[in-house]
Design a protein around this ligand. Structure first.
Ligand SMILES: [Zn+2]
Length: 100
């Protein structure tokens, strides 16, 4: 892809997807289901609680990413993710056996 090609990306989504995947595989959430349904439900719940940040170029994407990648901002996002992780863990929608 060319650097100047227009894109449509929610930078909040990018960050939340990465953090959910990271947290879910960490020691604190060992017993939580890691199936795609539960992972994406956690991402969706978190994103519904946070403001979206859409950008239309790789350049503005990098700027937005940098702005959002501060300790305060990550802490706020992590708080929403942890809340969502517990909601999904309590009310999983997967129809198969949980995976870990
Ligand atoms: Zn699951």
């Amino acid at each position: 892809m060319n650097m100047s090609d227009p894109i449509l990306v929610n930078v909040t989504e990018e960050i939340v997807r990465g953090l959910v995947s990271f947290l879910l595989r960490g020691p604190e959430y060992q017993t939580f289901c890691k199936c795609k349904t539960c992972e994406l439900d956690t991402v969706a719940l978190t994103l519904n609680a946070l403001p979206s940040k859409y950008v239309t170029s790789m350049e503005t994407r990098d700027d937005a990413f940098r702005e959002m990648n501060t300790p305060e901002s990550i802490e706020r996002i992590n708080k929403e993710i942890i809340h969502a992780l517990h909601v999904v863990n309590k009310h999983p929608r997967h129809k198969i056996e949980p995976t870990s």
